[in-house]
Design a protein around this ligand. Structure first.
Ligand SMILES: Nc1ncnc2c1ncn2[C@@H]1O[C@H](COP(=O)(O)OP(=O)(O)OP(=O)(O)O)[C@@H](O)[C@H]1O
Length: 621
């Protein structure tokens, strides 16, 4: 077996050693937008986030609000009843203490507690339902949007950072939607209720207690910005860990092959320690918020008892009123403390939602233009007219490519590594838009037709065949979801995959894991051929595997290829001499330009680059 563009193991090694050089750079896994730490609270984002509640609001929100109001009223009524029990039943100003009244008021308080318990239980149940539905919707929206984004989007971001947004960032909204939002409302209503009641009972004492509120406000506003920034730092560091984890797991074979585990572990340890340090810092700051509020609360209680005692002495209030007051004031600091915590939670959630919406607002760089029409059934006549393309500005990967492929032809693309072979095949499916020139299929500029109609008629078989977790049958059916079992098996038979599938323990129902590690390289190739054949594309694109496989599988693959290529235009990034020789037309690329074209015999005769490549290959053999 022979390869045209031989990838030396050295190249892999260089990649690895250069990456371990980069490992010393702290910011290796940081995608720039994950770094934007200090952003102002974004109210329109907030409104957009709560727009997710809308579909359920009519159905569930009135009930939740009712339960919330009921819970709050019953909670606020109890201290008043306690005060009344003391002043009217236990130690009345005039007349004897009344046990009957005391029992009555106790029973009333008990009843209110029960109502409060039931109201809270139902409120929690229904807010959880809303919360879960909202998270479900958000996650589906995000996933379906990410699926539509263009290749260029994924080129710029580590896969781990995309993963973090779909998992961690969405999860961090969960608390906000399940309990947080309602708790804020309850706390606000409760605070307002307490202020009103305190003022009604005794406005002078009420005002005296409120003296500490500005102090508390100052403390919480000062701290909250520092807390917010420190939590953002935690999330950013976690995002780096996730990106690194993702890369490490994907590259585990290379790491182990080059015994780089220790080096990798050291790097991971650094990141892990750094994340822990940030978490400790953020958590300590968070913890300091509570005690500070308590100290200010304590100050308020001191004022209450000192001034309350003065008012009792002057006969302005009775002892029961002071007890009720103390109870209300106790209930006053709790919501403030919770609101402080909640504010942090809200900020974390807002930062997450910003990151989620940033992805959702990302427009696919390649999209249907307004009024794009579906391309009719493709014959397969393809023309590249002076096509120039660059992934990175001012670094053209293809320059002035002119190429005409007639329907049904098979084209072999050959050339040194990095010469632009994969780029050409990426452009036919319009995974990227070109900078200059035009690409036409059957006379249609591919930018004028809908992506779905274009890509629906093109199949791509990549070198690294992606096998999804599921059965072999599911994996072949991925080519056309409505194919019957018989069609799936016929496709497998046509590409000679049936023979090996039948030998598997459960045949077509054998479960394969993600990336198909239970299958050999050749088996995976045949499976992907079956998948492509089932899709019955008009244009077939094939990035031939470079790995060596045994002669028998090689023959089987060649046979399968013949079936697959029949009656369609095909582009093959060819590495095997046998494939190249059978191609109708060979295109030789070099540094993003077509340098030679023709049949094998013509190109050999030319004694140019192609001939050099072939000779190099024989030397290699
Ligand atoms: N996603 C990308 N972002 C930026 N540059 C890229 C990207 N993909 C490829 N390139 C660059 O474009 C050039 C052509 O790459 P291409 O993958 O088309 O080469 P190739 O001939 O298919 O190589 P190979 O045989 O190694 O697969 C190379 O210089 C490569 O570094």
């Amino acid at each position: 077996m022979s390869n045209l563009s031989v990838k030396e193991p050295l190249e892999e090694k260089q990649k690895l050693s250069s990456s371990s050089a980069i490992t010393r750079v702290e910011d290796r896994f940081v995608y720039q937008d994950d770094e934007l730490i200090d952003k102002a609270f974004n109210w329109s984002q907030f409104a957009r986030l709560f727009g997710y509640i809308k579909p359920y609001a009519k159905q569930l929100l009135p009930f939740i609000i009712l339960m919330m109001v009921l819970g709050t009223i019953t909670k606020l009524a109890v201290p008043y009843i306690t005060g009344a029990a003391i002043d009217k039943a236990i130690q009345p100003v005039s007349g004897a203490p009344s046990l009957k009244l005391l029992y009555g008021l106790t029973a009333l308080a008990l009843g209110l507690y029960l109502i409060q318990w039931a109201a809270n239980a139902y409120r929690i149940k229904y807010t959880n339902i809303i919360g879960q539905r909202v998270i479900y919707d958000l996650r589906s929206d995000l996933f379906s949007h990410i699926q539509r984004l263009s290749f260029s989007f994924f080129d710029k971001r580590p896969a781990g950072s995309v993963l973090v947004r779909v998992t961690n960032d969405v999860n961090s909204l969960q608390d906000l939607f399940t309990n947080g939002a309602v708790n804020v409302m309850i706390d606000c209503v409760q605070l307002l209720g307490i202020v009103v009641i305190l003022m009604l009972i005794n406005w002078k004492l009420g005002l005296a207690v409120m003296l500490t509120v500005p102090l508390m406000f100052f403390v919480s506003t000062k701290l909250r910005k520092i807390i917010r920034l420190s939590w953002q730092e935690v999330r950013m560091k976690n995002s780096r860990i996730n990106s690194h984890l993702n890369e490490s797991i994907q590259g585990i074979r290379v790491t182990q092959a080059y015994t780089q585990e220790k080096e990798n572990m050291k790097y991971f340890d650094n990141m892990n320690a750094s994340s822990k340090k940030s978490w400790d810092k953020a958590s300590a700051l968070n913890q300091s918020f509570g005690p500070l509020i308590e100290i200010t609360g304590g100050l308020g209680s001191m004022i209450l008892f000192w001034y309350g005692a003065t008012l009792i002495a002057s006969g302005e209030i009775m002892i029961g009123t002071l007890v009720a007051f103390a109870s209300y004031v106790g209930n006053f600091w709790d919501p403030i403390n919770r609101l402080g915590n909640m504010y942090n939670q809200l900020l974390v959630a807002m930062a997450s939602s910003e990151r989620i919406f940033e992805f959702m607002d990302e427009k696919p760089s390649v999209a249907d233009k307004p009024g794009a029409q579906p391309i009719p059934r493709i014959n397969g006549d393809i023309v590249f007219d002076k096509v120039t393309f660059e992934y990175v500005a001012n670094r053209p990967a293809l320059r002035e490519i002119d190429l005409h492929v007639t329907a049904g032809q098979s084209i072999a693309l050959v050339g040194h590594t990095g010469s632009g072979k994969s780029t050409i095949i990426n452009l036919i499916s319009r995974f990227y838009d070109i900078k200059n020139g035009t690409i036409k299929i059957d006379g249609y500029d591919i930018r004028d037709v809908t992506l779905e109609s274009l890509r629906g008629q093109i199949s791509i078989v990549l070198q690294d065949t992606f096998i999804f977790s599921g059965t072999i049958r599911d994996n072949i059916r991925f080519g056309r979801l409505d194919a019957t079992d018989e069609e799936v098996e016929n496709a497998a038979k046509a590409v000679h995959a049936h023979v090996y599938i039948e030998k598997l323990p459960k045949g077509y129902d054998t479960e394969v894991e993600e990336r198909g590690n239970v299958l050999s390289m050749g088996q995976r190739q045949l499976l992907s051929f079956a998948r492509a054949l089932l899709a019955d594309p008009r244009i077939l694109i094939l990035d031939e595997a470079t790995a060596s496989i045994d002669t028998e599988t090689e023959l089987r693959i060649q046979e399968a290829l013949k079936v697959l290529l029949q009656g369609r235009t095909s582009f093959i990034v060819a590495h095997r001499l046998s494939t190249i020789r059978h191609a109708d037309h060979i295109v030789v690329l070099d540094h993003g330009q077509i340098k030679e074209e023709g049949t094998h015999a013509e190109l050999i005769q030319k004694q140019g680059i192609y001939n050099g490549l072939i000779e190099a290959q024989f030397r290699f053999l």
